[in-house]
Write a protein of this length. Structure first.
Length: 213
């Protein structure tokens, strides 16, 4: 009788141990399932964010600046849009004497009074095809965009691109550049923007953002 009771006690102990192991196994399984599910949700969320970023318009901010005024505006546009900054550098640098406004013999005067002049550019954008929006900044010389801007625009296939201009000036405004820019930015959808002389950084940034949505 004692042996039977002892045997039953051992069997009961084994049953309890097996049940405990089974419960722990189920808990571990549930924990693993929850962890895997959470990981998948995190991965999905990260993928969505990546796709959202990749769908954002790719921006180029190209500018020509002699005195540094246009460069300052360009950097604000770049900062606001997260675009790539590209300086349009002339092969032959403009000196102070080249831009003496009241000197009819200076280089700038001669170039601006000959619509066929195309000053050479020192370097080119490596792959302009990857940009959707191209901001083009420039000063105003004798009421128009400098001829080097025409050189830049004619150097690329801009078909289907959104070209948005901005400038700095000494009072002439940007309207006089519309004809020349639209003529040389062939195939692009051109928006003649604003003269940002003396404009606050916040206004420049707010303006730039609306063209990248």
């Amino acid at each position: 009788m004692k042996k039977k009771l002892l045997l039953m006690a051992v069997i009961c102990a084994l049953v309890v141990t097996c049940c405990a192991c089974g419960c722990n196994s189920e808990k571990e399984s549930d924990t693993k399932t929850t962890t895997v599910t959470a990981k998948k949700e995190t991965e999905k969320s990260a993928t969505k964010k990546t796709k959202k970023k990749s769908n954002k318009n790719k921006v180029l901010v190209a500018y020509f600046s002699c005195t540094g005024n246009t460069a300052k505006v360009a950097k604000q546009v770049k900062s606001a849009t997260g675009g790539k900054l590209f300086e349009i550098k002339p092969e032959k640098k403009y000196t102070k004497a080249d831009t003496e406004y009241n000197n009819e013999k200076c280089r700038a005067y001669k170039e601006q009074h000959n619509s066929k002049v195309r000053p050479k550019v020192k370097s080119k954008v490596k792959d302009i095809s990857k940009y959707d929006v191209i901001f083009v900044g420039h000063p105003i010389w004798y009421g128009q965009e400098p001829r080097i801007i025409n050189t830049f625009l004619e150097s690329y296939n801009l078909k289907g691109k959104k070209v948005v201009t901005f400038c700095t000036s000494e009072g002439s405004g940007i309207s006089g550049s519309e004809k020349g820019i639209k003529k040389t930015a062939k195939g692009a959808k051109v928006t003649i923007g604003k003269d940002f002389t003396g404009t606050s950084m916040s206004k420049i940034r707010k303006w730039a953002l609306k063209y990248t949505k």
